[in-house]
Every structure is written in structure tokens, then in C-alpha cells.
Design a protein around this ligand. Structure first.
Ligand code: PGA
Length: 253
């Protein structure tokens, strides 16, 4: 059975003291939940978070696909793994748009992450323009095909996917449960067609984009939504805790 995951993407937020306090709150929340909790802190807090908690997965928000060399400012997937992290975000829309990361580069990152033993959380999603022209399904399938299409069955079975419509990230706009379910089931179908039904049934597909305590229960109740990648609401432990205790979430199988 596929894992239910709630992951906090802290982005470039929090002081060192705030990060320490928040990670201890996460550890407390994780004790009372059967859902898998993940955190993606800023790189500078990665080791502190890893040291502070044992019941939460800790991942990096980014990683470079070459192991070592003259790449000033970068941290390799291999170094992230050696620091003790177990996952990495790849393809977040902020990295695609602000840092011009292409699908070809993301493909290299996926390969390097898998090679290093990190779980890639692959982010995909369309702009409002693409959605308004009703090409959102084809657009996301193309992202999946370009970045993940070459993987072996074994490699694909390690991937977590986060569907994050760009128009919903940090905007307060959220996909409706019908929009999320439509996309999540099409992603699952793509995996089934490209790989097989066992991999597709077991792949966790998370929703991200202004997910908060007031809309989480409805989104998490969708049969193909296996949790969330949470930005803004992951920075407040009270909001994050409420995401965990959403009635619909607890009753999910
Ligand atoms: P948001 O961010 O929840 O603040 O919209 C989600 C994300 O970017 O992962």
C-alpha cells in the first residue's frame, strides 16, 4: 500500500532558532500520527534537523547532479546523502522559473539522486495560461515523460511525485478537489502505461499549492491524493498539526 506523506517545504525561511523550535514541534506531531512526515529545510539547517529528529524524514530542497568539482556554491546529491538526508526536491517550479532549470537538467538530477540513494520528490505542474487553454494534462504528462520516462521499473518505484499547479503556489488559490483528482489520476495512469500497475498503485502522489488546514481535508479525501507538499502552512506548527489531524485524512486507508 502506498505511503501517505505530509512534507513541509520551508523554502528560504526561518532563523536558526526558529528552525530548531519548529523541528522539535514536528517531532512531537509525528509521534501521534501514522502519516509519514517529511521536512525540506534550507540547506544550512539540514544537518541540525537530521540530528534533532529520528521520526521524520529530512530532505534537501535542491541538489547538484555531479558528485564533486568546480561548481562554486553548489552541494551535490552525494554530499546531501552523506550528510544523512534521505530525500531531495527536484523540479520545483521556483527552481524552474527563477533558476531556469530545464527538463534535461532535472533528468540529470533525478539520475544523480537515485544513484546517491536519495528519494527524489519530483515536482510537476502547469501555469494558469496552460490550464486556461485546457492543455494541463498533456503539459504535465510531457514533464513526466521527459524527466522520468527513461527510468527502470526499479528506479521509478522509488519516486514520489508532487503535483503543484504553479498558479496555486503561494497565491492562496488552491486546485479544487475535482481538479486535483483529475490530474492525480492522470499521473497515476501515465505511470501505469509507462511502467506497470504495481508501480502506479504504490507511487505516492502529493498535492502542493496553498494547501492549508481549511482545504486539506477535502483534498486529502481524493482517492489519488496521498498527502501534501506544504509551503506557507508548514512554517506554523499549529497549521501543520491541523493538516495532520484533518478528519478525512485520519479515516483514509
Ligand atoms: P505553498 O507552497 O503551500 O506556500 O503554496 C507549496 C510549495 O511551493 O511547495
Amino acid at each position: 500500500m502506498r505511503k501517505k506523506i505530509i512534507a513541509g517545504n520551508w523554502k528560504m525561511n526561518l532563523s536558526s532558532e526558529e528552525a530548531t523550535e519548529l523541528i522539535s514541534q514536528y517531532a512531537r506531531i509525528a509521534q501521534s500520527s501514522e502519516v509519514n512526515l517529511m521536512v525540506f529545510p534550507p540547506m544550512i539547517y539540514l544537518k541540525d534537523c537530521i540530528k534533532a529528529v529520528t521520526n521524520i524524514g529530512v530532505g534537501a530542497q535542491n541538489g547538484f547532479p555531479i558528485d564533486s568539482g568546480a561548481f562554486t556554491g553548489e552541494v551535490s546529491m552525494k554530499q546531501i546523502k552523506m550528510a544523512g538526508a534521505n530525500a531531495v526536491l527536484i523540479g520545483h517550479s521556483e527552481r524552474r522559473s527563477l533558476f531556469h532549470e530545464s527538463d534535461a537538467f532535472l533528468k540529470q538530477k533525478i539520475d544523480a539522486a537515485l544513484e546517491s540513494g536519495l528519494i527524489p520528490f519530483f515536482c510537476c505542474g502547469e501555469s494558469l495560461e496552460v490550464r486556461n487553454s485546457n492543455e494541463h494534462i498533456a503539459f504535465v504528462q510531457n514533464q513526466l515523460h521527459t524527466v522520468l520516462g527513461h527510468l527502470s521499473d526499479d528506479q521509478m518505484s522509488q519516486i514520489v511525485i508532487a503535483y503543484e499547479p504553479i498558479w496555486a503556489i503561494g497565491t492562496g488559490l488552491t486546485a479544487s478537489s475535482a481538479q486535483a483528482e483529475e490530474m492525480h489520476s492522470s499521473i497515476r495512469n501515465w505511470i501505469k502505461t509507462q511502467f506497470n500497475s504495481s508501480i502506479s498503485d504504490n507511487c505516492s502522489i502529493l498535492y502542493g499549492g496553498s494547501c492549508n488546514p481549511s482545504n486539506a481535508a477535502e483534498l486529502f479525501a481524493c482517492p489519488n491524493v496521498d498527502g501534501g507538499l506544504i509551503g506557507g502552512a508548514s512554517l506554523k506548527s499549529t497549521d501543520f498539526e491541523q493538516l495532520f489531524s484533518a478528519e478525512a485524512w485520519i479515516t483514509l486507508n
